[in-house]
Design a binder for this molecule. Structure first.
Ligand code: FE2
Length: 261
């Protein structure tokens, strides 16, 4: 009997995001820029080794993210795709929501390639490659988190109502960007805004930020504030909770009921 050859699956066509896709010109990074990456990693790691979620640290190690030079996105993606089907796709910068959701639904994380300067190590107004790769990408190696993020993209890409998207965006903010988890009796960070920033992370660990259990209705009722340190964040007990939260949101939308009860 003749063997049947399986053809490789074509990559999903990204009609909305396509114009934002670029190549990472890795050879163009300077020694100074590799040095800035190394310093950023050196500054963040001591706090993260004590206070990051185990899943983040495991992902960082599994993807062999470099300590001493900027990451080559193709090499990171090759490791990541084998684990969860996600990759880190280079994009030109800020993307409109429909293009962003389309990429998440296809398990392609929109990843910037520029790096902050030495004069702004702690803060950048827009995400750079440190925020995107160091902050976000290790969590994409965790199967449940990976499924949750794709689910988020698939659901949001089918919604046109801006008010509903704003509400669901709060779930993204309080998980993907500023998520906390309780592990062995301690609050650990896994959101990229906390992972990549000493100030934001220290605000949670040592200052007056209240930490409440992740209750979907409360998260949906809590507006996002981007111009001040958080006074309230939410801690999950396991990543299954946020996957289930997307399921609950989808069911409420299908029923036509209010998103937050
Ligand atoms: Fe982010």
């Amino acid at each position: 009997m003749a063997a049947t050859l399986a053809l490789p699956k074509p990559a999903p066509f990204l009609s909305k995001a396509e114009k934002f896709l670029i190549d990472q010109d890795y050879a163009a990074y300077t020694c100074e820029q590799h040095g800035i990456w190394a310093e950023l990693v050196r500054r963040r790691m001591p706090q993260l080794e004590r206070h990051a979620a185990q899943e983040y640290l495991d992902g960082f190690e599994a993807l062999c993210l470099p300590y001493d030079r900027l990451p080559d996105l193709a090499a990171v993606s090759a490791k990541l795709e084998r684990r969860t089907g996600w990759n880190a796709t280079p994009v030109s910068g800020f993307m409109p929501a429909p293009a962003f959701f389309e990429m998440l639904a296809a398990r392609r994380f929109p990843t910037t390639t520029w790096l902050r300067s030495r004069g702004s190590l702690e803060y950048t107004p827009e995400p750079d490659i440190f925020h995107d790769v160091f902050g976000h990408v290790p969590m994409h190696a965790h199967p449940v988190f990976a499924d949750f993020l794709a689910y988020y993209g698939q659901l949001c890409s089918r919604i046109e109502d801006e008010a509903i998207l704003e509400r669901i965006g709060r779930v993204f903010w309080y998980t993907v960007e500023f998520g906390l988890i309780r592990q062995r009796g301690e609050v650990k960070v896994y959101g990229s805004g906390l992972i990549s920033s000493n100030g934001e992370c220290s605000n949670v660990l040592h200052s007056g930020c209240a930490v409440r259990p992740f209750v979907l209705d409360e998260v949906l009722r809590t507006p996002v504030k981007v111009d001040e340190m958080h006074r309230l964040l939410f801690a999950i007990e396991s990543f299954d909770e946020i996957y289930q939260a997307m399921h609950t949101i989808e069911a409420r939308i299908h029923r036509g009921s209010q998103l937050d009860d």
